[in-house]
Design a protein around this ligand. Sequence first.
Ligand code: LLP
Length: 397
Amino acid sequence: MLARIAAQAGTPVFVYSADAIRSQHAALTGALAAVPHRVHYSVKANSSLGVLDVVRRLGMGADIVSAGELARALRAGFVPEHMVFSGVGKTPAELATAVDARIGLINLESEAEFATLAAIARDRGRRDVAVGIRVNPDVTTDTHPYTQTGKAGMKFGVPLDQVIPLAQRVKESAQARLVSVGMHIGSQITDSAPYRSGAEKLSGLVVQLRRAGIGSLVSVDVGGGLGIDYGCEPGLEAAAFANAVAPLAQQTGLLLLIEPGRFLVGNAGVLLTRVLYQKRSGGREFVVTDAGMNDFMRPSLYRAYHEIQVVSEAPLDFARPRSTPLAGREGGAEGLVDIVGPNCESGDYLGLERALPGAVPGALLAVLGAGAYGFGMSSHYNSRPRAAEVLVDGRRF
Ligand code: LLP
C-alpha cells in the first residue's frame, strides 16, 4: 500500500495508521483502568485533522498550547470542556479566546499569567474560569536536553515553593477556581522513575494545599512524555507508567489527567521519500532524497535516530544513470551511506552511516517513527512546499 500511496500522493508524504493509534490508546487506557482518568491528546505531536478525528472518536480530549491548536481542535469536533490549555507564553489574546470558548482547564505557568487571565475574566464579568497550576516538580529525566522540562531552573512550571501563594491568590480572586495541579516533566522519557518521583511530590502538594484551605481540586495532571521505541532503546511500557502515576490518583482521590502525544502517534506514522541521486565525496557515500530537514527536523535538530527502510525499488520510468554504483557496496565507511536531504545545509540529513543496499535512485524509502513531531515541525525552508499527509484506515487511505 505504501508504494501505491507514494505513486498517488507523490513524495515526500507522511502516512499515518489509524489502527496503530487505536491500539496505543487501548494499551494506555487498559493499563490505567483501575483509576478514574481522562486522556487529553497532545495536539502538538500531530495536528493533522485526520489524526485529530481518529483521536476524538476514541473519546479523548485535547491538550492545546495555542489559539491555532484550539481552532484545529474545534474544527475536528473536540468540545471545549474536554480541552486543557497549557504553555508558558500564552498571549492575552489567546487567554481571552480560551476564556470565551470556556476551555475546561487553563494551566497557569506563573503568577503574572494569572494576573493577566484574571483581568481578562473581570472584563468579561466571568467568575468561574477553571484553572490549574503547572508545577515544576524538580525531577531529573534522562532525555534530550531540549525536551527536559521538569527540573528547577527551567522556564516551565511554577516552582514548588511558589505554588501555595499562587493557589491562595486564585482562591481569593472572584474570577477563577483552582481545580487542578499538574506537571509535565519532559518528552521521550523511557524510565518510569521520574514519573514516580514527580507524582509523589504532587501528592504531597495536594495534602499541603488542602491543609491551606484549598478545597476546590478535582484533578491532577501528570502530563505526557511517554517514550517510544525508535529502534535503539525500548519505550516506556504503559503498565510501568500506570504503576508510577496511579498511586497519585488513589492517594488524593482526584481524577487523573494525562497528556500523551508521541506515545499515541509516533510509531503510527512514516515519512516516505524517494531517492534522487547517489554521490561520493571524501570517502563518504551519499544517498540524496527528496525529503530533508524542512520536512522532518528531528534528525537534524536532536540528532534523533530514525530507522530507514527500503520500501520498493525504482519505478520503471525513473531515469537511473548506468554508472551509479549500488549504495553500500562501494565507497562509504564500511559500506555505509548517509541519507541526506535537498536543503542547503550540511546538517540536513535523515540518517547517517546506514547499511541500505537497496537505496538506489528511484527507490522509495520509509523513515520510521515519523508520526509525532514530523509534519508539525516541518517548514517551508528553502521555499519548499510541505509534504502531503495521508491517513490509512483499514484498507482505505
Ligand atoms: N503536555 C505538555 C504540556 C507538553 O509540553 C508536551 C510536549 C506534551 C504534553 C506531550 O509530550 P509527548 O507525550 O508527546 O512527549 N519536538 C520534540 C518534543 C517536544 C515536546 C514538547 N511538549 C521532539 O520531537 O522530540
